[in-house]
Design a binder for this molecule. Structure first.
Ligand code: SF4
Ligand code: SF4
Length: 270
């Protein structure tokens, strides 16, 4: 797959490269689809990935030169119909004013705007965006969002954008764990079955957004089978980690801060 494509196949154009072997092996047989009879006989192909298998129906065949627009991942025309999802990052951005520095920036820019409103305005101010989707937990949030977009919407100014850039830098700087999610630590198998990357992601969420409920939701998902308390301290994960993270200490910290007992209901408490 092209490096600019998203692995979830949500780009408008997903480019997959394959060898066109002279001996007819590998992707060389794709050429046979230019024969209409072959295409009618077999109009489908599969893409198998570790997470899911996709079945596609071929609706057209085109032979492109190497410099063709076909190799464009995102088309400007399509961008006009872009949707923005996860606008408030699962509610995380609604909490960022818990950081005093961010609260001060928001208040200096416009004390009437809530953190969630800044997130919605940011998304809706982007060129080409037609739809902004935001999860809402109650009627009051829906009323606020509708009012913002219907009555109070103002595109961001350059000063607003600069302020939000500063808030983003503050959020990034609050990430205490430099885990890249590479999964090397679990590929050889943690003997205790702990989902280390997910545990560390929850810890980062807590530090970055101060969103204890959101972090707990992630954490309880990560520990559905095994908790960091089951770590036997073998150190295997730390030997594999390219970031040299003190994983044993970090997962203990995550458990100390996010575990709230076996009966804690993350949904009821969200
Ligand atoms: S030290 Fe703990 S978390 Fe790391 S691999 Fe061993 S049991 Fe798993
Ligand atoms: S190996 Fe290190 S950086 Fe990679 S997922 Fe595990 S903890 Fe994170």
């Amino acid at each position: 797959m092209d490096a600019y494509n998203n692995a979830s196949f949500y780009n408008y154009n997903t480019i997959i490269y394959g060898h066109n072997m002279r001996d007819g092996s590998m992707f060389a047989r794709l050429k046979e689809f230019s024969n209409e009879a072959t295409l009618r006989q077999c109009p489908y192909f599969w893409i198998l990935t570790p997470d899911a298998d996709y079945l596609y129906k071929i609706c057209s065949i085109h032979q492109a030169s190497s410099g063709s627009d076909t190799f464009t991942v995102r088309f400007a025309d399509y961008l006009k119909a872009e949707d923005v999802k996860f606008t408030v990052k699962g509610g995380n951005l609604a909490q960022v004013d818990q950081h005093p520095e961010i609260k001060a920036l928001f208040e200096a820019a416009d004390p009437t705007m809530t953190p969630a409103s800044w997130a919605l305005r940011y998304a809706a101010s982007m060129e080409g965006v037609m739809i902004v989707l935001s999860g809402m937990s109650n009627l009051e949030q829906m009323r606020q969002n509708v009012k913002l977009m219907k009555d109070d919407f103002k595109p961001l100014t350059e000063a607003d954008k600069e302020m939000l850039k500063q808030t983003a830098e503050i959020i990034e700087s609050k990430q205490p764990v430099g885990c890249t999610g590479c999964r090397y630590c679990v590929e050889k198998g943690c003997p205790a079955g702990i989902r280390i990357p997910q545990v560390l992601k929850s810890l980062n969420m807590l530090h970055q957004y101060q969103n204890i409920h959101g972090a707990r939701m992630g954490y309880y998902g990560a520990i559905s089978e095994h908790r960091p308390a089951e770590c036997i301290r073998c150190g295997s994960c730390e030997r594999e980690c390219p970031q040299s993270l003190p994983i044993r200490k970090l997962i203990r910290e995550a458990d100390d801060r996010l575990y709230a007992g076996p009966d804690y209901d993350v949904w009821a408490n969200h």
